[in-house]
Ligand binder design. Structure first.
Ligand SMILES: NC(=O)c1ccc[n+]([C@@H]2O[C@H](COP(=O)([O-])OP(=O)(O)OC[C@H]3O[C@@H](n4cnc5c(N)ncnc54)[C@H](O)[C@@H]3O)[C@@H](O)[C@H]2O)c1
Length: 252
C-alpha cells in the first residue's frame, strides 16, 4: 500500500494509460477521482477503482477552464483534499507542420498543453493551502526529441516538459513536486485505433514495435508503475524531471 491515504485526480482516465494509472493508484491504497470527456470509459474505470479502493467519476474537458476548475473542486469535495494530480488526457494529430491545419494545431495545443496548464492552475492553490502537492504530467518522448509527422503533438509535449520544470522552479520551496513521464510507444486504445484504420496494420504494428530497442511496445501498466513511484513518498527527492520510459527508443 504505497499510496495509502493519498487522494489523487487522474485526467483522461477513461482509457489506456490514464485508466492503468487510476487502477494502479487504487491498488496501492489511494482514492482516485477519474476525469474524462467520455463518461462510458470513465464509469468503467470507476468500477475497477471501486473494487480496490474509493473514488468518483467527473465528466470534464480539460481544455476548458470552467471544467478544470470544477474537477479540482470535485476532488476537494469528494476526497477531502488533493495530494496528487496526474495530467494525462491527450490527443494527437498526424501531420507535418505545413500540413497541419490551424484548427488541428489549436485542438492539440488546447488539450495536450493548455489542459495541463489549467489542471495545475487550479490544483496549485489547493496544494499551497495544504503545504504539499504532487503533479505528474504525462508528456512523451515527443516532448524531448523530434518525431516525424507529429508537429503539433511535438510542440505540445515539449511545452508540457517545460511547464513541469517551471513548476519545480516556482514551487519546490512550498512543498509542491512536479515530474513528467515521457513514454515511448504504448499499446493503448489510442494506438489500437490507429492500427484499426490502417490497411497494412500488421506491418505498421511491427514498425511501431521496432521503434523501441526492446522490440515491443510498452504496456499501460508499465507506465502506471512509474506513476505510482512518482506519486509515492519513495520519490520525494525527485522534482522537475522528465523521466523517459521508452524501451530504449531514444537511447540511440
Ligand atoms: N500510447 C502512446 O503510445 C503514448 C506515448 C507517449 C505518450 N502518450 C500520452 O499518454 C496519454 C494517454 O494516452 P493513451 O495512449 O492512454 O490514449 P487513449 O486515447 O487510450 O486515452 C486518452 C483518454 O483521454 C481522454 N481525453 C481526450 N481528450 C480529453 C479532454 N479534452 N478532456 C478530458 N479527457 C480527454 C479520452 O477520452 C481517453 O479516455 C496522452 O497524453 C498521450 O499523449 C501516449
Amino acid at each position: 500500500m504505497r499510496l495509502a491515504g493519498k487522494r489523487a485526480l487522474v485526467t483522461g482516465a477513461g482509457s489506456g494509460i490514464g485508466r492503468a494509472i487510476a487502477v494502479a493508484f487504487a491498488a496501492e491504497g489511494a482514492r482516485v477521482g477519474i476525469v474524462d470527456v467520455d463518461p462510458a470509459g470513465g464509469e468503467e474505470t470507476l468500477a475497477e477503482v471501486r473494487r480496490l479502493s474509493g473514488g468518483f467519476f467527473f465528466a470534464a474537458d480539460v481544455s476548458k477552464a470552467a471544467d478544470a476548475e470544477a474537477m479540482v473542486a470535485a476532488a476537494v469535495r469528494e476526497l477531502g483534499g488533493l495530494d496528487v494530480l496526474v495530467n494525462n488526457a491527450g490527443v494527437g494529430v498526424a501531420a507535418t507542420l505545413h500540413e497541419t491545419s490551424l484548427e488541428d494545431w489549436q485542438r492539440v495545443i488546447d488539450i495536450d498543453l493548455t489542459g495541463v496548464f489549467l489542471g495545475c492552475k487550479y490544483a496549485i492553490p489547493v496544494f499551497l493551502n495544504q503545504g504539499h502537492g504532487n503533479i505528474i504530467n504525462i508528456a512523451s518522448v515527443a516532448g524531448l526529441v523530434g518525431v516525424a509527422n507529429r508537429a503539433a503533438y511535438n510542440a505540445a509535449k515539449a511545452g508540457v516538459v517545460g511547464l513541469t520544470k517551471s513548476i519545480a522552479a516556482d514551487y519546490s520551496a512550498r512543498g509542491i513536486r512536479a515530474n513528467a513521464i515521457c513514454p515511448g510507444t504504448v499499446d493503448s486504445p489510442w494506438i489500437q485505433k490507429i492500427l484499426a484504420s490502417d490497411p497494412d496494420a500488421a506491418a505498421t504494428r511491427r514498425k511501431m514495435e521496432q521503434r523501441q530497442l526492446l522490440g515491443r511496445m510498452g504496456r499501460p501498466e508499465e507506465i502506471a508503475r512509474l506513476a505510482v513511484y512518482l506519486a509515492s513518498d519513495e520519490s520525494e527527492f525527485m522534482t522537475g524531471s522528465a523521466v523517459v520510459i521508452d524501451g530504449g527508443m531514444t537511447a540511440v
